[in-house]
Design a binder for this molecule. Structure first.
Ligand code: ATP
Ligand code: MG
Length: 449
């Protein structure tokens, strides 16, 4: 142990091990790579006498040489104390209270107080935990985190990484491992299974065997989580740039079929299952390329891409050649979506849009002469959205690269207006706006049965 190591701590009648303290010469994270505003927050908290660490995805990504999406900070200061240090801040609380420090109109650094693990996480009944807001120390904060690679602290006074859970070794060995006993941690919060798959897909890491086995064993428990959380995590996966790898891991672990039960008959039981698995993989690879190119694809398009292999397996696309047949197909798909997603509470307008885009595809394919489409088709309100899906399919099949009109700057505007929520889908022309799914925590695919 390094001389500057914090000692082991006893808390909740549980003795936490002393952390590894990795000096700057032995890790790749440099203070130069930390966002200037996040650095300012760390410095000001420190000057005010508090402990403050960079934590979570920020440390993980810097370690991996990636540019972090955001820089989260954990501190010994209580939310009210943080607010006093930063006049340009506000306390928010969804699942737990944290402070958002504003820099300019569009930039937020989030500061959370060290949280303790609920005693239910250490020992206790097998119940899904209610959200919990009690404060703790750094050790407790590390051990309540999802994955070892997400549980590292970086402190700016000595530029060390403080590692309570073995996250540095797992980063070096390219392993995703749940902190603590995976079965217990999954039972407490089944959404962690989705987070395992996400980070393994994104980083190209292996899932540690005990973590993988726990997911296989407990995958159905995802149904116990509120729909809103599953939906948020799902769209993060679709928009995260590694959706193709994500789908593979989600299918292999079975988690995919807990989220989309109707897909089992297409991707597992169908005589052409292999073909549809490959289609999905390739289509999502196009999504990933677009994301890497800075595009922010709307939820409706992402869902249409995700559902296309199902629609092709389940419907006779080849028989659709006229406008009327396309319309009728869209009605059938629309009814199916209503049933398949009845518990997800997808907005009606969104279901219509997905169904229309899917049913327009055979029409666009039929009338594609390599240059343009008939005037009557171009005039249709669904033509544009159908074209977005068509372009993705074209690229999948080795045609032109999809060139969609969704620039990253759209997301900046959305972030500004709804800084704490997931981006909302905008219907381009009238037709209502709102989240892709309404909140629904009762019954069904994702809710409590
Ligand atoms: P990203 O790059 O997607 O932002 P991230 O790891 O930062 O990845 P966030 O959703 O921003 O993910 O969460 C921030 C941190 O909060 C995580 O790194 C992890 O330590 C912790 N965390 C998030 N969700 C959970 C959970 N369900 N259980 C325990 N810890 C969690
Ligand atoms: Mg993050």
């Amino acid at each position: 142990m390094n001389e500057t190591s914090p000692p082991s701590v006893v808390s909740d009648e549980y003795e936490y091990p002393a952390p590894l303290v990795i000096p700057p010469t032995e890790h790749p994270v440099s203070v130069k790579d930390i966002d200037a505003d996040a650095l300012l927050v760390l410095r000001r908290l420190h000057e005010a006498g508090f402990t403050a660490y960079l934590v979570g995805g920020g440390v993980r990504d810097l370690f991996l040489g990636k540019v972090p999406k955001d820089f989260d900070i954990s501190t010994s200061a209580k939310p009210g104390e943080v607010k006093k240090v930063f006049r340009n801040s506000r306390i928010i609380g969804r699942r737990f209270r944290l402070v958002q420090v504003f820099f300019g109109a569009n930039k937020i650094v989030e500061v959370a107080t060290f949280r303790r693990r609920s005693e239910h996480e250490i020992a206790g009944d097998d119940v899904v935990l209610p959200s919990n807001n009690s404060f703790g120390n750094p050790a407790e904060d590390a051990f309540r985190r999802d994955l070892t690679i997400n549980a590292l602290f970086y402190e700016i006074e000595n530029s060390t990484i403080i590692d309570y859970t073995g996250g540095v070794k797992d980063l070096q060995d390219r392993i995703v491992r749940i902190v603590g006993d995976p079965e217990r941690r999954i039972t407490r919060d089944p959404v962690r299974m989705m987070r395992v798959i996400r980070h393994a897909a994104r980083a190209g890491f292996e899932v540690e065997p005990a973590t993988w086995d726990a997911i296989s064993l407990h995958k159905e428990k995802l149904s116990l989580c509120p729909v809103s959380r599953i939906r948020d995590e799902l769209f993060k996966d679709l928009k995260g740039g590694a959706s193709s790898a994500w789908a593979k891991l989600a299918c292999d672990s079975g988690l995919f079929y807990v989220i989309f039960p109707f897909y089992k008959k297409v991707l597992v039981e169908h005589e052409d299952a292999g073909k549809y698995v490959e289609k999905m993989s390739k289509q999502l690879a196009v999504v990933d390329r677009l994301v890497a190119a800075g595009q922010v694809l709307p939820d409706g398009l992402l869902m249409a891409v995700l559902l296309l292999p199902w629609a092709e397996a389940d419907k006779d696309f080849a028989s659709v050649t006229t406008q009327k047949e396309s319309y009728l197909l869209s009605r059938v798909i629309r009814d199916d979506l209503g049933e398949m997603f009845s518990q997800l509470n997808i907005k009606r307008a969104m279901q219509d849009e997905i169904a229309r885009s899917l049913a327009t595809l055979p029409l666009l394919t039929k009338h594609d002469n390599g240059k343009s489409w008939p005037k009557w088709l171009q005039k249709k309100s669904y033509f544009k959205r159908g074209m977005h899906l068509f372009q993705v399919v074209q690229e999948t099949e080795g045609g032109a690269l999809a060139d969609l009109p969704f620039a990253a700057k759209e997301s900046a505007a959305l972030k500004k207006s709804t800084p704490t929520s997931t981006p909302r889908y905008h219907m381009p022309k009238g037709g209502g706006r709102g989240p892709a799914f309404a909140l629904n925590t009762e019954g069904g695919v994702f809710g409590f049965r």
